[in-house]
Design a protein around this ligand. Sequence first.
Ligand code: DQA
Length: 142
Amino acid sequence: MQPVMILNGPNLNRLGTREPDIYGSDDHADLVGFCVAAGKELGFEVQVGQTNDESEMLAWLHDAADAGTPVILNPAAFTHYSYSLRDACAQLTGPLIEIHLSNPHSREEFRHRSVISAVASGTIAGFGMDSYRLALEALKRM
Ligand code: DQA
């Protein structure tokens, strides 16, 4: 099966308790189960990682770049300011899909800017956990 890395940035370990009106009531373990099952249906071996640590996220992206592994990335707050994450994403050798649970463009102004989008193949936002499934479907079609 084709491996796919799904990487989640800071505070996404808090899903379920974190602002449930915005992010829903499912927790990160639920999200992992959902992604693994959705991936399996599409013939992907999905590995999900979550970190609050920028350097750990960079190391995972470097591994994906070296292995040519497709990446689905929810950069969370890193989206809006992390040039080091952007530079790591620019090194990827497989497709990169940026995703968000919420629609950052309908929220505070600081969320309207993504420093990642310009180096992503595409972006999916605003569909809750389905953003992850849609990203896997998009990968399948690529
Ligand atoms: C998020 C949106 C970001 O603005 C925010 O900082 C997050 C989550 C989302 O999935 O909707 O942590 O990436």
